[in-house]
Design a protein around this ligand. Structure first.
Ligand code: SAH
Length: 342
């Protein structure tokens, strides 16, 4: 009997399919080591053998070679006949400060607080509780407020993903009828900067926790005449008076009760007939692999949030006084869920 193959992979016997899944964990560990060492930046300067990369990073030459060879097997690097390692387009995404970089994402998701929480997945499954909170006796946002170094990596990782998906969100939605847009929990504001950049008529407000907006992207400073930066707590209130409120990857952080508090605060703050735009993954029906189903578990262990189906979003929005009007797909991984204040 053969299992159904993931897209692009040959069908394999069931035990091999399991081995491949085990390998998924090993690959992610190696990816973390490669990202942490910054080997992609070194290889980008010029292709090099593992021995040179090991010298430059203070690693053991043969061990590093074996990791790079394994990562070459999954398309991150290529090794040529003379033993020099080159970057593939996937490997190039491990560079720092490069367009399309996912390095901070790797450093955030595969280490520290994220890794610790995932090792406690069974705890979440047993109790339904947040593995992170169980392990650290506080929530992840309180943890970040106390751990600026890990918070900086997390915020940069959100900027990584935003940069990878910004253009897709900007292209998928017509902002022409909107006057003022508030990005609630907008992180460092890279999505807002992208939207304002493409829509010269639009005024914007970046809203997030005070310690987060302090690190707002330099791109927003160039739009200062059209953009305000406000620090605060979305569970208490959000800035009022805008005709559109955007939240990207926020509602999925929270359970229904917390989500309702945020949504009701926005409902109260927005102008009549205001619009709400949620940028989220929507869990599709059926058994196909979809990244939303994996991210859903990351939410279970990290924040107590979840990824939701269309019906679940419609019900949640309805309970907060909104009506879901449409869901627009984007070229990126997320959709835009549009709702109006009723
Ligand atoms: N929308 C951004 C950031 C998503 S990460 C993006 O897509 O890149 C989640 C964000 O929620 C973080 O920036 C965090 O600081 C913010 N957040 C968490 N609790 C908050 C609160 N009580 N008030 C305002 N923002 C909050």
């Amino acid at each position: 009997m053969e299992t159904q193959a993931p897209a692009g992979m040959p069908a394999v016997p069931p035990p091999i399919a399991i081995l491949q899944m085990i390998g998924g964990y090993w690959i992610s560990r190696m990816l973390y080591v490669a990202a942490e060492l910054g080997v992609a930046d070194l290889i980008h300067e010029r292709p090099r053998p593992a021995s040179e990369l090991a010298d430059a990073t203070g690693m053991h030459s043969r061990a590093l070679y074996r990791v790079l060879r394994a990562l070459a097997g999954v398309g991150v690097f290529t090794e040529d006949e003379s033993g020099n390692f080159h970057l593939t387009p996937v490997g190039a995404a491990l560079r720092s400060n490069a367009p399309g970089s996912m390095r901070a994402m790797v450093l955030s998701e595969l280490a520290g607080e994220h890794f610790d929480a995932w090792t406690n997945l069974a705890q979440s499954v047993k109790t339904g509780e947040i593995a992170f909170d169980h392990k650290y006796s506080k929530d992840v946002w309180a943890y970040y407020a106390e751990n600026p170094a890990r918070a900086a990596i997390f915020n940069e990782s959100m900027t990584n993903v935003s940069e990878a998906t910004n253009a897709a969100v900007v292209a998928a939605y017509d902002f022409s009828s909107i006057q003022k847009l508030i990005d609630v929990a907008g992180g460092h504001g890279s999505l807002l900067a992208g939207i304002l950049g493409a829509n010269p008529h639009l005024k914007g407000v970046l809203f997030d926790q005070p310690h987060v907006v302090n690190g707002a992207t330099a791109k927003l400073a160039t739009l200062a005449d059209r953009c305000e930066v406000v620090g605060g707590n979305m569970f208490e209130e959000v800035p009022s008076g805008a005709d559109a409120y955007l939240m990207k990857w926020i509602i999925h952080d929270w359970d229904d009760e917390h989500s309702l508090t945020i949504l009701k605060n926005i409902h109260r703050a927005m102008t009549e007939n205001g619009k709400l735009l949620l940028v989220e993954m929507v869990v599709p029906p059926g058994n196909d692999m979809d990244f939303s189903k994996l991210l859903d578990i990351n939410m279970l262990v990290m924040t107590g949030g979840c990824e939701r189906t269309e019906a679940e979003y419609a019900a949640l929005l309805n309970n907060a006084g909104f009506k879901l009007t449409r869901i627009l797909p984007t070229q990126g991984p997320a959709s835009i869920i549009e709702a109006v204040r009723v």
